[in-house]
Design a protein around this ligand. Structure first.
Ligand SMILES: NC(=O)c1ccc[n+]([C@@H]2O[C@H](COP(=O)([O-])OP(=O)(O)OC[C@H]3O[C@@H](n4cnc5c(N)ncnc54)[C@H](O)[C@@H]3O)[C@@H](O)[C@H]2O)c1
Length: 371
């Protein structure tokens, strides 16, 4: 079992990574709390598997279960209110524990509930998607969506411990697995050239989910994320670097969604966003085109998109470019009229730039959005 100790502000906790690591849950919980009451908030996908397993392991506890469907549309206040009702009816207090079992949707929502119930009850994360393991369960951001606004209501809240069970990765559909790898590649580009080259070299083992390689790249990504979140206390822009590829990628994600139906998984938006900022970096920082080509090849290896085919998504190319520009400008308003973009000057090194001309951003969208 690999243990990563996390030390954020006043929060110090462990992330345990291994196959079958959930088997330790009863012992770990007894070390952390005297309260007997537990609520499991889980993706209904796991009703007959891990939820059942965790419930039967918690022999010393009184357990309540709330199952919910994953998907962004369910990350809302209605679902939060249903969980508050169970907590109130059964007298769960701040020393009781909420165990979140699921991907980013369940982790973000359940984490939000835990952070607000009596100003904060115990939280345990059991992330089940690669996205949740390497990104959403680490760093303390918890949130729900409000109407059309993603993550509008949120908080910062850390678990008492996190269990990353590598067995869960096995049932993960390829598209979800690849989507998580986009965040792994992002962390390598902003922080660690050696890690980037390992991802290039070991692609076969990673794509076939070889246990040692999976454990290793998950741990490396988490360590990079932790370093950037911790660094934020001293250095304002460090956490911001984790948004590499996200500003433009998010604009593409929301611009291509039709009738609340997303076309791209979050990680796919990130790979597209990284291609767009790689184009910007090449022109703004006068870099060699080989860097763009290298990212393109790596994303292709991991079956992640590097361009958008507008007509296939039912859009006219020009309209989609304009829509992306409108959505990216919304981001601009939020940060005092400066669109701050993160650009990588080389693999392993990125910085924040506030001087990218708006025309170059439009060129970048035009470059990756094809007919
Ligand atoms: N808090 C943060 O810092 C942060 C960071 C990144 C993303 N997020 C949030 O994460 C959410 C997306 O998370 P996600 O991509 O994990 O999506 P998700 O939770 O919706 O899960 C994706 C799909 O995978 C299924 N699934 C989950 N685990 C599985 C498994 N082991 N085997 C088979 N199927 C499984 C789910 O049922 C669902 O259909 C978004 O709401 C996003 O805002 C938060």
């Amino acid at each position: 079992m690999r243990t990563i100790n996390v030390d954020f502000d006043e929060n110090n906790y462990n992330i345990y990574i291994d196959k079958g690591v959930v088997n330790n849950i009863n012992t770990l919980l007894k070390q952390h709390t005297k309260s007997k009451k537990i609520i499991i908030v889980a993706d209904s996908f796991f009703q007959d598997s891990i939820v059942h397993e965790v419930n039967s392991l918690l022999e010393d506890f009184e357990v309540y279960i709330h199952l919910m469907e994953a998907g962004k549309a369910n990350k809302n206040m209605n679902e939060v209110l249903k969980i508050y009702a169970i907590l109130e009816e059964n007298n769960l207090a701040r020393d009781s524990t909420l165990i979140a079992i699921g991907g980013g949707v369940i982790g973000d929502l359940a984490g939000f509930v835990a952070s607000t119930w009596y100003r904060g009850m115990n939280l345990v994360h059991i992330p089940t998607t690669l996205m949740a393991m390497v990104d959403s369960s680490v760093g303390g951001k918890v949130a729900i969506n409000f109407r059309q606004t993603i993550n509008a209501i949120g908080n910062y809240y850390h678990p008492i411990f996190t269990l990353m069970d590598l067995e869960l990765i096995e049932s993960l559909p390829s598209r979800e697995y690849h989507s998580g790898i986009a965040e792994v590649i992002k962390c390598a580009i902003i922080n660690d050239a050696h890690f980037y080259h390992t991802l290039e070299k070991n692609y076969q083992n990673i794509l076939t989910k070889k246990e040692q390689d999976v454990e290793s790249f998950i741990a490396q990504t988490i360590l990079i994320k932790i370093a950037h979140v911790q660094g934020d206390i001293r250095e304002g822009s460090k956490r911001l670097l984790l948004n590499y590829g996200h500003t433009l990628g998010h604009a593409i994600e929301i611009s291509t969604a039709t009738n609340y139906q997303e076309q791209y998984r979050h990680g796919e938006g990130v790979s597209l966003g990284i291609m767009a900022v790689a184009y910007i970096a090449e022109h703004h920082l006068k870099l060699s085109h080989s860097l763009y080509k290298s990212y393109e090849a790596l994303f292709k290896t991991y079956q992640l998109p590097t361009y958008v085919l507008a007509s296939r998504l039912g859009f006219k190319r020009e309209e989609l470019i304009k829509k992306c520009m409108r959505n990216v400008q919304k981001d601009k308003k939020r940060i005092n009229n400066h669109l701050r973009l993160i650009l990588a000057s080389k693999i392993g090194e990125a910085s924040v730039y506030s001087d990218v001309p708006i025309e170059l951003i439009e060129d970048a969208f035009a470059h990756i959005i094809k007919d």
